[in-house]
Design a protein. Structure first.
Length: 420
């Protein structure tokens, strides 16, 4: 134990659990790579104004949850609370939207920071895999992303993820709805903070979980009754494409996301085995964000899936992601000469693509064999002076316990064959 522990709301990733985490991250990203998304990586911090403008001045993320700092030069920076604004900023800065055809399809993975009240599944430092398709307005693109997320969940064996789907309208129809909603909400008995929210971001009130508020929302005007023809048509196409692809969804016309940039399609993946923090991912279309941060009109859509919560969902379903064994072969030398010879064998095996490890530290044979078993390796290579005099090493199958001599110069070939 050291004097220090990790800050509240954060976690360390260490073996053996870290292998499952990597496997989940890989499984969430794999469908994106197969669908033409290129990898993007952006800094861990950005100018605070990017998030304030992009995510929205009235959101909890911006008003309460950002970690900000001022540099010695007086610049205000914020640890990234999410990836969309950063990835779009990076694409615009590099002129990717002018370089080739649209959409520009990008995926990313990393840690994000929000000063939230920590609880199961909610951290101040957490991990997402995200995807953004920038510069095209096409219901097939919305559907593609949702299908890729559903395929990722399926590849992990998850069966309890539900998809909630909604549309938030566009700049043609949302203003009139917003006004109607505000008028309704102003007539309710609400606390001061909620009253302020009605003026800045009335849609968020629909998301209020308190019973005293929910009771009063009976009969609230719903966007579905105010959508323009173009938005209705667009949403219908997305729904049709999802249905054709066999992706089940529930229409949820109260689904409001915690970020202000959304237009039209919005969705969330929820898992019922997770308690209060049930969202394992979410996203939607953000047709106006590029202009908000100083770029040209670039209608876009994207999502982010929580790696931590996906792992919790797997555990809730009693599943363990298949993580490849870290080590296939473990070398146990008996004596100084054997250490030199087997160390060279291990180096050769690694160069030939075999995952191999070595009993370091001059431990006794019993401790070394225990380490070999603990490593998860399938084979141990054991050698002492007598073996070396005969030009062989002992190849031991750690599952069956069977052991046989293999010529030293044939070990690499033999193991490569056994392990493919
Ligand atoms: P978000 O809904 O804020 O969306 O986050 C996406 C996912 O990240 C959540 O569903 C959840 O699984 C995970 N997550 C969020 N906060 C935490 C936390 N404090 N602890 C653990 N996991 C968390 C976005 O971030 C948008 N950028 C998604 C997007 C991309 N929209 C368009 N493109």
């Amino acid at each position: 134990m050291s004097t220090f522990s990790a800050p509240k709301g954060t976690y360390d990733l260490l073996p053996p659990d870290s292998a499952a985490f990597l496997a989940v991250r890989e499984a969430l990203a794999a469908p994106l790579r197969r669908a033409g998304y290129g990898y993007a990586e952006t800094p861990g911090f950005e100018h605070t104004a990017l998030f304030a403008r992009g995510v929205g001045e009235s959101t909890d993320i911006v008003t309460k949850e950002m970690y900000t700092l001022t540099t010695k030069g007086g610049t205000s920076l914020a640890l990234r609370p999410e990836g969309t604004a950063s990835v779009l900023r990076a694409a615009l800065q590099a002129n990717l939207h002018r370089a080739g055809g649209l959409p520009v399809k990008l995926w990313y993975s990393g840690t994000y920071y929000r000063y939230e009240r920590p609880q199961a599944g909610r951290y101040r430092h957490f991990s997402q895999v995200g995807a953004e398709a920038i510069g095209a307005e096409d219901p097939a693109l919305d559907a593609e992303l949702i299908i890729l997320a559903a395929d990722a969940h399926r590849s992990l064996g998850l069966t309890g993820v539900r998809l909630l789907l909604n549309t938030l309208g566009d700049r043609a129809c949302r203003p009139a709805y917003r006004a109607a909603l505000q008028e309704f909400l102003r007539g309710l008995e609400l606390d001061e903070e909620t009253r302020t929210r009605i003026e800045v971001n009335p849609l968020r009130v629909l998301d209020d979980k308190r019973e005293s508020v929910r009771r009063q929302l009976e009969g609230v005007p719903l966007l579905r009754d105010h959508l323009c023809e173009a938005c209705k048509e667009y949403h219908e196409r997305v729904r049709e494409l999802l249905t054709a692809a066999g992706v089940a969804f529930t229409d949820d016309d109260r689904l409001v996301r915690g970020l202000d940039y959304y237009t039209r399609t919005t969705f969330e993946f929820v898992h019922d085995g997770l308690g209060a923090q049930s969202a394992v991912g979410g996203g939607g279309r953000y047709d106006g964000l590029s202009e908000l941060i100083g770029g040209p009109p670039l209608p876009s859509v994207g999502w982010a899936l929580g790696v931590d919560r996906t792992l919790l969902a797997l555990r809730a379903e009693g599943l363990a992601p298949a993580a490849p064994a870290a080590t296939d072969v473990y070398a146990v030398p008996l004596g100084e000469e054997a250490r030199r010879v087997l160390f060279a064998v291990v180096t050769g095996l690694r160069r030939a693509g075999v995952a191999a490890d070595f009993a370091f530290g001059g431990r006794g044979v019993k401790a070394a064999m225990r380490a070999a078993n603990r490593s998860g390796a399938r084979y141990a290579l054991v050698a002492g002076d007598r073996d070396l005099a005969e030009g062989v090493v002992q190849l031991k199958d750690l599952a069956s316990g069977e052991q046989r001599a293999v010529a030293l110069d044939a070990v690499e070939r033999e193991l490569s064959g056994l392990l493919t």
